[in-house]
Design a protein around this ligand. Sequence first.
Ligand code: R7I
Ligand code: MG
Ligand code: MG
Length: 311
Amino acid sequence: MSSDVAVDSRERARGLLLGAAVGDALGAPFEGAVRVDERLLASAENVTGQLSYTDDTALTLVLAEHLAERRGGEDALDPDALAREFADAWAAEPWRGYGSAAQEIFRLICTGMDWRTVASASFGGQGSFGNGAAMRVAPVALVADDLADAARLARRSAVLTHAHADGEAGAALQGCAAYLALHSSPGEPLDRAAIREELRGAGIEEHWLAKLDIIAEFDPETEPERAAQLLGHGVAALESVPTALAAFLINPDSPAEVIRWAIRAGGDTDTIACMAGALAGARNGADAFPDSWIQRLEHADLLTECADRLA
Ligand code: R7I
Ligand code: MG
Ligand code: MG
């Protein structure tokens, strides 16, 4: 992959944040649907009024602001402060559709408990393998020095709430994918075998790389329903992060199509489209999304301003 990120880094940073948010907002009405009909999605796209985002974007924005605030400092991320900032965002807007264990973790952090204790106690002591760490992680790509650094930052941000190895690994995969998307050039083919090897080098575990082998067989004709059967579309990180990556890899230069395909995969639609939208936006920039989407997006101004600070 070439790395001409300096050419339009601001446009890409905007694309990453706005793409995540618009995917989340367009996917939200379908969360939990087993099948999403193409016509239903088209009519949902065309309704007038605000596109409201959910917990996925709320926490992505918290992480983005945290990273922007600390830019140029010794350490890109302060785990104790970030845990508190996540918890405060939940407390301010608990109605954004948070996962059940995530809500309890944030509630306990707000009482002053240490995230290390509460995150590792959830689900009987195994920690959450939900996709909540992956859904919010894409902004690490904007400050990471290299792919290994993207994986490292992603994992550090994940363990604050997701102590299960798969909750953490999902964030590492999505953080790495965002880094690779950001440093890829629109129009240049993405070499899936090379990406798999780069991910292996960044420490992505074998059972996650096996998902890349399934994605390797997909082409632009692959139906999202079929991809969901093969990869999953559930709230577990292992069943949704690869599906989002697939949405991006089979159609990397058409951001609107990436989001539509991700939603049509069904299941955890807001989260899959959020993660896929971040990747498509990081590669193609915010201008590549339909104007009508961005104009209707809740807090597009806040997201744009934060992206500009990170670019
Ligand atoms: O991971 P998390 O923040 O959830 C994110 C999801 C996204 O779809 C958002 O859009 C929002 O709707 O929530 O929240 P968690 O509560 O940690 O995990 C989400 C769900 O995953 C839980 O409610 C469980 O159903 C499931 N889950 C587990 N089930 C059994 N054992 C996560 N970890 C486990 C586990 O270890
Ligand atoms: Mg959500
Ligand atoms: Mg979701």
